[in-house]
Structure formats: structure tokens, C-alpha cells
Write a protein that binds this ligand. Structure first.
Ligand SMILES: [Zn+2]
Length: 276
């Protein structure tokens, strides 16, 4: 998509989780994607019009990209309409020859178009904490964010205002890798002054490592996740605790059994023996 123009946009329904933006097709067709990026769980295409297309996958959304001879010629769709998935809601035909299809069975995903200059005022963007893989996310920052907090460390890490883009799976995995119990108060990673302790650095390193490992494996395919070429992700085979209730803890010499509890409405998997 980057550097390419939207030659044709097909919108097959008026809404996803929310109604699609006004004049959605007209605001995209003819525009060039001058940059493609991501902030937290929002995918962003910077348009030559000065607007930004924000895309969120929700629970079950995915993009599928077809190139070259598999792709459509502009203005003409390769697939018979009937052969297209029922859940292919939006199709972007790009001048690069790529066809980018957004599929979302449960329709928790959404798309929004905002002026680039007003992006920082978007409530969903403005409140976000730093990127977990960026330099701004470090032990000092995390300790400051968790100082005096009586909420659980699990809930604090899921709070997108503290760190942006961490989901349930990766929080469970990072807490196991750093041997911190998910039931501990968030303040366990800070002293009274909000300075980091030895746990903080370990947790930050574990968060970055688990995300890097997951990216290498193409993400985690539990239900619907697919990579853009349609392949599954494989990180679910490398989970240490997530979805492994009753299994033996993989920490060498631990001997504990993975337990599942519910915290703030979400499943937490952890080892009660080596996570303290
Ligand atoms: Zn253990």
C-alpha cells in the first residue's frame, strides 16, 4: 500500500463496529498512501489528501493481500462475487497491483478517517502510553506509571495508558518470564518514590522479548488471526503459560502446575510456584 494509490475502494456494508466514515470511498479513491504505520493497535495510512485512514482489527479482523497475477486488474475483480468470503467487508484495489481485503467475521474492527493535524486530539490516540518496543518504554517509565498503584500488575499492563498495545496473552507470558505473580499490586515494580527496582527491569525486558519472539513467529493464531498472506501465526506453540492450565510449568526446576484465574474479566494463566 505504501506509495500506491487507491484505484478502487469497495465498501460492502455501511458499518463495521461503528458506521464507516462519511464519503468513505470518495475520500480514499485517488489518494496515495504516503506512509503506513502503526500506533498501539491502530494501523494508520497517511493519505496524500492530508487525512489519515485509521484501521483497527478488533477481535477477529484481518487483512489479506494478493499480489501480481493473483491480484485483480484495477477496476475488475478477480474473484467471482459468490466466491468471496461473506466477511470480506472492504476491498482496496491499489495502483501497485495489490488487492488488500479486510475480513472481519465478528465485526469488532473499525475504520476511521481523520485530519492528520487533528490526530493527536483523537481521544483514542491521545490517551495512549508509550510503545512497548520503543525507547520511551523503560524501567523508569514503568515504575513511574505503577507507583503506589493498588490495582494488579496484570491490570496495569493491560491498561493502554501505561503501555500501548499489550494484550492479554503477552501480559501473561511476560509476567511468567519475569517470575512476577499477576496478582501482585502494580506498585511491586516501583519504590515509594516511583523509582524502578530489580523486578522492573526484568519485566520490561520480558515484555520486549515476548513481543519480539511473537513477531518472529508471525503472531498467535488462537481463533482467527492470519498473517496478510493468509498464513497462520505460530507463537501459540511457544506459549509458556497462556492456555496451558494444568500443564507443567516450563521454568527449569520449578515443578509447578499452570493455573487459570479470572482478573478484571479476563483469563490469567500463571505458575503459583515460580511467579511471586
Ligand atoms: Zn513455575
Amino acid at each position: 500500500m505504501e506509495g500506491a494509490r487507491f484505484t478502487r475502494v469497495e465498501m460492502r456494508r455501511p458499518d463495521l463496529r461503528f458506521p464507516l466514515p462519511k464519503n468513505f470511498v470518495a475520500r480514499l479513491e485517488g489518494q496515495t498512501v504516503v506512509g503506513l504505520g502503526r500506533r498501539a493497535k491502530y494501523l494508520m495510512a497517511d493519505l496524500s489528501s492530508g487525512e489519515v485512514l485509521i484501521m483497527h482489527l478488533g477481535m477477529s479482523g484481518s487483512f489479506h493481500v494478493l499480489h501480481g497475477k493473483d491480484a485483480n486488474t484495477p477496476g475488475q475483480f478477480h474473484h467471482e462475487r459468490g466466491k468471496l468470503g461473506n466477511h470480506d467487508h472492504i476491498v482496496f484495489q491499489m495502483s501497485s497491483g495489490a488487492t488488500v481485503t479486510f475480513n472481519d467475521p465478528r465485526r469488532f474492527g473499525f475504520m476511521k478517517i481523520v485530519e492528520r493535524g487533528k490526530l493527536d486530539d483523537e481521544p483514542m490516540i491521545a490517551s495512549l502510553g508509550p510503545e512497548p518496543l520503543g525507547n520511551a518504554f523503560d524501567a523508569a517509565m514503568l515504575a513511574q506509571a505503577c507507583k503506589g498503584k493498588k490495582t494488579s500488575i496484570k491490570a496495569a499492563l493491560l491498561d493502554q495508558q501505561n503501555v500501548a498495545g499489550l494484550g492479554n496473552i503477552y501480559v501473561c507470558e511476560a509476567l511468567h518470564r519475569s517470575h512476577i505473580s499477576p496478582k501482585r499490586m502494580a506498585s511491586v515494580v516501583a519504590n515509594k518514590k516511583g523509582e524502578p527496582n530489580e523486578r522492573t527491569g526484568k519485566l520490561v525486558d520480558a515484555i520486549k522479548a515476548v513481543l519480539q519472539d511473537a513477531i518472529k513467529q508471525g503472531g498467535s493464531s488462537l481463533r482467527d488471526h492470519r498473517q496478510t498472506d493468509g498464513d497462520l501465526g505460530y507463537f501459540q506453540h511457544h506459549f509458556r503459560v497462556y492456555d496451558r492450565e494444568g500443564e507443567k510449568c516450563p521454568t527449569p526446576g520449578c515443578g509447578g502446575t499452570i493455573k487459570r484465574i479470572v482478573q478484571t474479566g479476563r483469563s490469567t494463566f500463571f505458575c503459583p510456584v515460580c511467579q511471586k
